[in-house]
Design a protein around this ligand. Structure first.
Ligand SMILES: CCCCCCCCCCCCCC(=O)SCCNC(=O)CCNC(=O)[C@H](O)C(C)(C)COP(=O)(O)OP(=O)(O)OC[C@H]1O[C@@H](n2cnc3c(N)ncnc32)[C@H](O)[C@@H]1OP(=O)(O)O
Length: 190
């Protein structure tokens, strides 16, 4: 059986010079989980510096609403086994909807972004045309969430995909189903 492995793709950072470990690690999570996160961030930052120097190709992604948002730190990983994408994200205090909890629109954006990454990294450019989110539990501000994006099926220009947002202990915050369509004419650059 193939061993599951992860490949860090992108770590939110304003520039390679500013890429540094966030200061929020030491709260609310087991030491083991903190160690895993820390290692992932370090690997992600190293990769990002390398990509910036060698290709300089992350400029468009760094304008992305979710990935460049100063209130949302993301480590993006891609599962080698099935191409699904994992975002380890930490949401800040100003992404508030209900008092103390994350805004539902931000939850939707994070899910959309993660699933879109899975779709974009797996094939030709496609855009979200439908996003249906089921909100199961409110997401506390200043917490770490795990988001997973995966493709269910592709049929011609249409791709049906799904996403889930969890607490690191596995409790489900939200889940989404999405429809992507590959545009007939233009292929905007992302
Ligand atoms: C290191 C690398 C990492 C990379 C990570 C990067 C992360 C970045 C992440 C960024 C994430 C950002 C993510 C975002 O935010 S994406 C931004 C939000 N989405 C949009 O703005 C999309 C707006 N829509 C359009 O522009 C057009 O609809 C497009 C161009 C997509 C298709 O128009 P086009 O003229 O080409 O196609 P068509 O009209 O002939 O339709 C084709 C087929 O599709 C069916 N259809 C269409 N719409 C719907 C619908 N709503 N429900 C159900 N079905 C629908 C339609 O019936 C037809 O089916 P059929 O009749 O053939 O059976």
């Amino acid at each position: 059986m193939q061993k599951p492995s992860f490949q860090p793709y992108y770590v939110k950072a304003l520039s390679s010079e500013q890429a540094q470990l966030p200061t929020w690690f030491p709260s609310g999570h087991s030491e083991e989980f903190q160690l895993i996160l820390r290692k992932l961030f370090e690997r992600g930052f190293r990769l990002m510096r390398k990509l910036n120097i060698q290709k300089g190709n992350l400029s468009n992604i760094s304008k992305n609403f979710v990935l460049s948002n100063p209130q949302i730190h993301v480590v993006m990983l891609r599962r080698a086994l099935d191409g699904s994408v994992i975002y380890l994200a930490r949401v800040g205090s100003q992404v508030q909807g209900p008092s103390g909890f994350m805004h539902g629109g931000a939850t939707a954006a994070l899910l959309d972004d993660c699933v879109s990454s899975a779709v974009l990294l797996s094939g030709p450019f496609a855009m979200t045309v439908q996003l249906n989110v089921q909100y199961r539990k409110p997401v506390p501000l200043n917490s770490v969430v795990v988001v997973e994006g995966y493709i269910d099926q592709t049929n011609g220009r249409k791709t049906i995909a799904g996403g889930k947002m969890y607490h690191p202990d596995g409790a489900l915050y939200a889940e989404a189903t999405l429809l992507f369509v590959k545009p007939r004419l233009v292929e905007p650059k992302m």
